[in-house]
Design a protein around this ligand. Structure first.
Ligand code: HEC
Length: 195
């Protein structure tokens, strides 16, 4: 099997668009593939400004450390969700095509459905994750208020917070996630210890 894969790899390399002066297995020098008049640098990208770094420089801990000021309600969150999330997560967060965010069965057979409600041990992770990763194609576009709101909506539809819930830096860390107690601290000894 291994041999078959190697042979296939060589066949692909032989057909590839990049000219290679080296024999199979050696490192290919991609500079050889550039036209003679190619610039030495393409000058793509730009210096990361303080503002751009600030968009990503967010670390929210389970106890809420790192959460910014702001707040949002379930009703506001529904509007944000419809505008920015349903294309990939479905109108009610259950249809996909991407990850199911709602409809977990935290009390069902473990592990059950792996969703926010059924699996995540800390609600604060939603803030951290959405900030750096969602909406997937344009992360960073939501304000703090909008993020708190969409989190309130997701938690509400998972049956974790009530319809009139308001999420902010105090209330979000206080949310008790159904799967919280299903995680244990890994205190095994003998490997590379994390301290
Ligand atoms: C362009 C498609 C797209 C959009 C729009 C989008 N998401 Fe996602 N989302 C994804 C994909 C794909 C994943 C899975 C990413 C992965 O596993 O690496 C995901 C995962 C997630 C998860 C983690 C789910 C889990 O259980 O691991 C959350 C929470 C989430 N999205 C929230 C949102 C919110 C809130 C919005 C709107 C503000 C949003 N997403 C918009 C594509 C999208």
């Amino acid at each position: 099997m291994r041999r078959a894969l190697v042979v296939a790899g060589l066949a692909l390399a032989a057909c590839g668009p990049v000219p290679s002066t080296s024999s199979a297995g050696a490192v290919v020098d991609f500079a050889d593939a550039l036209p003679a008049n190619a610039p030495s640098r393409f000058e793509f990208g730009a210096e990361a400004s303080e503002a751009r770094i600030a968009l990503w420089d967010v670390d929210v801990k389970p106890d809420g450390e790192g959460l910014p000021l702001g707040s949002g309600t379930v009703a506001e969150g529904e509007r944000i969700f419809q505008m920015h999330c349903i294309a990939c997560h479905g109108p009610t967060g259950t249809e996909g095509p991407n990850d199911q965010l709602v409809g977990s069965e935290p009390w069902g057979e473990w592990p059950g459905s792996v969703t926010v409600g059924g699996y995540w041990p800390y609600a604060t992770t939603l803030y951290d994750y959405i900030t750096r990763a969602m909406p997937q194609l344009t992360p960073g576009i939501l304000t703090a208020d909008q993020k708190y709101a969409v989190i309130a909506f997701i938690l509400n539809r998972n049956g974790i917070v009530p319809e009139d819930a308001v999420m902010n830096a105090e209330t979000l860390p206080a949310v008790s996630m159904p799967a919280r107690d299903r995680f244990v601290v890994d205190d095994r000894q003998g490997g590379a210890q994390v301290r």
